[in-house]
Design a protein. Structure first.
Length: 169
C-alpha cells in the first residue's frame, strides 16, 4: 500500500493505525488459540523486544522513516552483520516506511529494503509527500509496482493530492 499526498493530511497517522489494527487482529487470533503456545511465547518476546528497544535506535514496532534507514546504515560499523534497523525493516511481518521521498533519504537503501520485503512476500505500507507522477519519476514503474504488489496481487495506492485539508480556507 502506498499513501501519497501533501503534508498535514494524516498519511503517517493512517499508516500507524493500519499497523495497530493488524497487531490487534493478530493478538485476537493468538488469544483464540489458533497459534501454538511456543509460537505465541516467541511472538510475545519479539513484540516486547521490538517495542521497547528493537536492538536498534530508529525502528519501533514496524515503523521507520526512510531517512532513519539511511541513519542506520551510516552509523553501522563496517564488517559487522547488517544494521539491526535494516534487518528488522526487511524481516518484520508488516512494516511502514514513512516519508519515502524525504530529501535526506537515499533511494538505494530504501529500495534495498523494499526489494527484500517484496522477495520475501512481506506487506509494506509506504507514505510519501508527493504526487503519483513524482513517485514514478523518482523510483520508476517497476519499483512502484513492487511497492504495491504482494505475491502477484495488486495493492492499493491512496492518493490524497487534491483532498481538502481540515480547517483550510
Amino acid at each position: 500500500m502506498i499513501i501519497i499526498g501533501p503534508t498535514e493530511l494524516g498519511k503517517s497517522i493512517t499508516a500507524c493505525e493500519l499497523l495497530r489494527e493488524r497487531r490487534r487482529r493478530q493478538r485476537a487470533r493468538e488469544i483464540a488459540g489458533r497459534t501454538h503456545p511456543r509460537e505465541l511465547e516467541l511472538k510475545s518476546y519479539e513484540r516486547h523486544r521490538y517495542t521497547l528497544s528493537c536492538n536498534g535506535r530508529n525502528f519501533f514496532g514496524g515503523w521507520i522513516t526512510a531517512a532513519n534507514l539511511v541513519v542506520a546504515l551510516r552509523e553501522h560499523k563496517l564488517g559487522d552483520r547488517e544494521a539491526d534497523d535494516l534487518r528488522l525493516a526487511k524481516s518484520e511481518p508488516l512494516v511502514c516506511i514513512d516519508d519515502l521521498t524525504w530529501p535526506s533519504a537515499r533511494d538505494d537503501v530504501t529500495l534495498d529494503v523494499l526489494a527484500a520485503r517484496y522477495d520475501a512476500g512481506l506487506p509494506t505500507i509506504v507514505t510519501a509527500g508527493c504526487t503519483k507522477a513524482q513517485l514514478l519519476q523518482r523510483f520508476g514503474d517497476a519499483a512502484v509496482r513492487r511497492m504495491l504488489e504482494l505475491r502477484g496481487k495488486k495493492g492499493i495506492l491512496v492518493d490524497l493530492n487534491g483532498a481538502e485539508q481540515k480547517g483550510s480556507p
